[in-house]
Design a protein around this ligand. Structure first.
Ligand code: ZN
Length: 201
């Protein structure tokens, strides 16, 4: 291993930054140096923002979104259509759909998709809470916005079966999406078009 050019505190900063998605060791080193050079303008407010986020972040007990309030901002927004619940695997997918302004409903974050190979079964996902939400009188449609992967589609079929007793229409996004495509990587136009053209599952 190459010898360090900085003290352990700065090395530690670099190592932590290198764990962020999209940052390798080299860009982590550059990011660390940038932060250090911009201590007042960037590092101090970033430290404050991280601390505030750390203190206040909560998982919404209704939908699984990450926010600083529980219930989250989306669940308490009176302009949302409570007749629609959009089911996503991960908060990243929820944020992608919101960025695209794809739909004005409520969400339900499963936490993952079923994956027998990785040992992820129904008990590992927020499925029971989805089924009980789908039975609420105001809910008319459950939109499955799951990845076009084998695991995503297995999950979609599993949920559709469980929702047969509920008085809801189960739809899915019209994936103009390559097989194996992940929602988070789609551009906003594609996402909102896929949501507009959703079909009965
Ligand atoms: Zn919520």
């Amino acid at each position: 291993m190459a010898s360090s050019v900085t003290g352990p505190e700065i090395e530690r900063l670099i190592q932590l930054l290198a764990r962020l998605p999209g940052l390798g060791p080299r860009s982590a080193r550059r990011a660390a140096l940038h932060l250090i050079k911009k201590r007042e303008a960037l590092m101090a407010p970033l430290t404050g923002a991280l601390q505030t986020a750390m203190d206040r972040i909560q998982v919404c007990k209704t939908c699984g979104n990450i926010d600083t309030t529980d219930p989250c901002t989306i669940c308490t927004d009176p302009r949302r259509d409570p007749a629609i619940i959009v089911v996503v695997a991960d908060v990243a997918d929820l944020w992608a759909l919101e960025r695209a302004n794809a739909i004005n409903g409520l969400y339900h974050v499963l936490g993952a998709t079923l994956s027998p190979l990785d040992g992820i079964g129904p008990d590992d996902l927020a499925i029971d809470s989805l089924v009980s939400r789908a039975h609420q009188a105001q809910v008319k449609e459950v939109v499955l916005a799951l990845n076009a992967t084998v695991d995503g589609q297995t999950t979609a079929h599993y949920i559709t079966d469980l929702l047969q007793d509920a008085d809801v229409k189960v739809t899915r996004m019209a994936h103009g999406v390559p097989v194996g495509g992940e929602l988070d990587y789609l551009d906003e136009g594609t996402l909102s078009a896929a949501m507009r053209q959703r079909t009965l599952f």
